[in-house]
Design a protein around this ligand. Structure first.
Ligand code: GDP
Ligand code: MN
Length: 390
């Protein structure tokens, strides 16, 4: 689960990680008041969306008067911001963060993440912080240094010193960096984070290290034990279909193809997506209805899949182990009747009570394509979608 920059900075503050003073505001008038309240001569106005690259997209504005702060906020709030990370539709901006602008002497990159290869929490840093970190990673990978954390002992001081020295932090900045890294690690561990990223970590006036940007991502499976983090969730930043699916106990992830998938079991759902791709099609979603899919769940699954306007056909693939094909068939019949489905539906049933399942399907008089095997089902779905498009 991602959170906004201002929320991540609030967490940083709680862990004594230095961040600029700032106020999050929802209107241009509030932005003006925030600038006057903060004082100083220059401010930075930052669009709060769950996507990076805001600097490149015009979502980070330096203003040299409270009136300019107001104008920047007015331009950002209520509009969509397009950045290299949002896609061409951009994301709606509902609030901005107003901070006192800092004089930046140098920008570093610092992150704590989970490295899947070593299966270790890993500290990552670079002297090439700022907006071009992706290009640096691609062209000059040697400028990015890493340090793996041994879970038995945690992040040790010498590892922080090593990383800090490797990116060229010297003098009084070195102990500041060590402290900051250890605090960021503590936050990461306490809150079951998947990512804590500071880019830029800046050297500002008075030889101080300051986190000018903050990005955090948390493990959704740990939210049940972290109410303070759960509270930071912003449903407006999520696909409404995914939010709705979670509420119905369905595991749904929107994709950009046109073959809607309704499958029981995450592994089978992945295999179904692969089979669709193998036959030249593109899945519109991942959807795992789970083990004990009731007729209601199947009906909800149809509704959520069909909310995606790109869907031109549905592949329903059920391998009933814990599940029962007759329950699933009842759900399909109910869904197709109640929802006036206008796209072709391919049904593949296998496993427990499969004969009863097909009986319900056949006697329903509904229009659908029957498939016995996964490969056959995927081929029929892709053909049906191509036929519907033609
Ligand atoms: P991102 O582009 O979404 O990652 O947003 P950032 O928060 O990283 O801001 C983009 C860039 O704006 C940073 O890399 C900085 O160079 C610049 N920036 C951010 N805050 C300040 C500030 O207080 N003063 C100055 N001069 N530049 C800033
Ligand atoms: Mn940044």
């Amino acid at each position: 689960m991602n959170i906004h920059e201002y929320q991540a900075k609030e967490l940083f503050r709680r862990y004594d990680i230095p961040v600029p003073e700032g106020r999050v505001v929802h209107s241009d008038e509030q932005a003006l008041a925030a600038a006057e309240d903060l004082g100083g001569e220059r401010w930075v106005v930052k669009a709060q969306i769950h996507a990076g690259g805001r600097g490149k997209g015009g979502g980070v504005v330096i203003a040299d008067s409270p009136e300019r702060v107001r104008q920047a906020a007015d331009r950002l709030i209520g509009n969509r911001l397009v950045t290299p990370q949002t896609g061409s539709d951009g994301r709606p901006v509902q609030r901005v963060l107003v901070e006192q602008a800092q004089e930046i002497a140098q920008e570093f990159y610092l992150a704590i993440l989970i490295d899947r290869v070593s299966q270790r929490i890993t500290l990552v840093a670079s002297d090439a912080g700022g907006m071009e970190i992706e290009e640096v990673a691609a062209r000059e990978p040697q400028r990015i240094v890493r340090e793996r954390v041994d879970p038995a002992v945690g992040l040790l001081d010498f590892q922080c010193r090593k990383i800090a020295a490797a990116v060229g932090l010297k003098g009084t900045l070195l102990p500041q960096a060590v402290k900051l890294m250890k605090r960021l690690y503590r936050l990461f561990r306490d809150k079951d984070a998947l990512l804590a990223e500071v880019n830029p970590l800046a050297v500002v006036a008075g030889d101080r290290l300051l986190a000018l940007d903050a990005k955090m991502d948390f493990d959704g499976n740990a939210l049940y034990r972290l109410p303070d983090i759960t509270d930071l969730r912003d449903f407006d930043e999520e696909d409404p279909k995914e939010v709705e699916a979670t509420g119905h106990g369905l595991n749904y992830i929107a994709l950009d193809g046109d073959v809607g998938c309704i499958v029981n079991g995450a592994g089978l759902a992945m295999a179904t997506m692969d089979a669709i791709a193998l036959h030249g099609g593109r899945p519109a979603n991942f959807l795992d209805v789970g083990g004990g899919a009731s007729p209601e769940k199947i009906a909800n699954a149809f509704r959520i899949v069909l909310e995606d306007a790109n869907v031109r056909g549905i592949l329903l693939n059920i391998f009933a182990g814990i599940n029962r094909c007759d329950w699933v068939a009842e759900g399909i019949v109910r869904a197709i009747r109640d929802q006036a489905i206008e796209v072709p539906v391919v049904v593949r049933l296998a496993g427990t009570n499969v004969a009863e399942g097909w009986m319900i399907m056949e006697s329903s008089g509904l229009d659908y394509l029957r498939a016995e095997k996964l490969d056959d089902a995927a081929r029929k779905a892709v053909e049906a979608v191509k036929g519907a498009a033609a």
